[in-house]
Design a protein around this ligand. Structure first.
Ligand SMILES: NC(=O)c1ccc[n+]([C@@H]2O[C@H](COP(=O)([O-])OP(=O)(O)OC[C@H]3O[C@@H](n4cnc5c(N)ncnc54)[C@H](OP(=O)(O)O)[C@@H]3O)[C@@H](O)[C@H]2O)c1
Length: 247
C-alpha cells in the first residue's frame, strides 16, 4: 500500500520509510527537502494522490512557544484538509506519552492542539503516544542545566529506542485506524535523574546531576507517573544499555 510519511527525512521518519519499504509497501518520504511543505501546502495534493495512509512524524524547526504552536496548528490543518480531499483512509500521527498532562509546557500545548485537530477532523485516525527517545536523553540534560549543573526530579521514566518507536509507528500505519491513542513504551522503567546521570557518564560528560523534586521538565511540573505509559502500552525490546553499546 502507498504510505506517505510527512517528516520522512527525520530521525523517526527515515526509519518508518525504510521499515515500510522492507515490508513491501510503497513508502514516500515527504519533507521540504523533497518538495513537500505542510506549512505552505506545497506538494501535498500531488504526494497524497493514491495514498492509503499518511503518517505525520514531522517536527517544528523551532521549539519557541509561539513558533511550535503555529507549526503544529498550521501544518496539521493543511495536512488534514489535503488528506480528506485525497480520500486517505488512515491518518497517523506521532505524539508523546503524557501530552495531556504537560500543558504547562509550550511544546506540549502545541501537541495538544495537533491531537485535538486530528480527533475533530472526522478522518479515521491513530495517534501513537511514544515516550522520550533514547536520542533525546542528552538534550534533556542540556535543557535542564542551570549554572553547569543538571537538575532533574526523580520521577518514573520509560524511554525507548527510535528503532522501536519507528517499527511501532509503521505497524500502526498498515493496520486498522484505532480512532484513539495507542501507547508504546521502552522495555525498562527507571528514574529520570538516574538515567540522565548514566548517559552523561557514558558520554564522558563531567556535569553533575542534582536530584531536585521541584525541577521542571520543559517548563512543566512532573508527578511520579507523568512521563510513563499505562499498563496496556506495547513495549519495545531495545534497552538503554544495548542502545549505548551499539552506538
Ligand atoms: N523527541 C522525543 O523524545 C519524542 C518523543 C515522542 C514523540 N516525539 C514526536 O516525534 C515526532 C518526530 O520527531 P523526530 O525527532 O523524528 O523529528 P526530526 O528528526 O526533527 O524530523 C523532523 C521532520 O519534519 C520535517 N519537517 C519540518 N518542517 C516541515 C514542513 N513544513 N513540512 C513537512 N515536513 C517538515 C523535517 O524535514 P527537513 O529534514 O526537510 O527539515 C524532518 O523530516 C515529533 O512530532 C515529536 O513530537 C518525539
Amino acid at each position: 500500500m502507498k504510505v506517505v510519511v510527512i517528516g520522512g527525512t527525520g530521525l523517526i521518519g527515515s526509519k518508518v520509510v525504510a521499515g515500510l519499504g522492507e515490508h513491501g509497501h510503497e513508502a514516500v518520504a515527504a519533507a521540504p527537502s523533497t518538495g513537500v511543505n505542510t506549512l505552505t501546502g506545497e506538494g501535498l495534493a500531488e504526494v497524497l494522490d493514491g495514498a492509503a495512509a499518511v503518517v505525520d512524524v514531522s517536527n517544528s524547526p523551532s521549539f519557541a512557544d509561539d513558533a511550535v504552536l503555529e507549526f503544529f496548528r498550521t501544518s496539521t490543518t493543511n495536512l488534514l484538509a489535503h488528506a480528506a480531499k485525497a480520500g486517505v483512509g488512515h491518518y497517523v500521527a506521532l505524539s508523546v506519552v503524557g501530552t495531556d498532562r504537560l500543558a504547562e509546557s509550550g511544546y506540549f500545548r502545541a501537541k495538544i492542539v495537533q491531537e485535538r485537530l486530528i480527533r475533530e477532523s472526522g478522518l479515521p485516525y491513530s495517534i501513537v503516544h511514544a515516550p522520550q527517545f533514547f536520542e533525546f536523553v542528552m538534550p534533556i540534560a542540556d535543557f535542564s542545566t542551570v549554572d553547569g549543573t543538571v537538575r532533574l526530579p526523580p520521577v518514573q521514566f520509560q524511554p525507548m529506542a527510535s528503532d522501536d518507536v519507528a517499527a511501532a509507528v509503521a505497524r500502526v500505519a498498515v493496520g486498522e485506524p484505532v480512532n484513539g491513542i495507542r501507547e508504546i513504551g521502552g522495555p525498562e522503567r527507571v528514574r529520570l535523574d538516574e538515567l540522565v546521570r548514566r548517559a552523561l557518564v557514558a558520554n564522558g560528560d563531567p556535569r553533575e546531576v542534582v536530584t531536585d523534586e521541584r525541577a521542571r521538565y520543559y517548563g512543566a511540573r512532573l508527578d511520579e507517573d507523568t512521563l510513563v505509559p499505562g499498563p496496556d502500552a506495547e513495549l519495545g525490546a531495545i534497552t538503554f544499555d544495548a542502545w549505548l553499546a551499539r552506538r
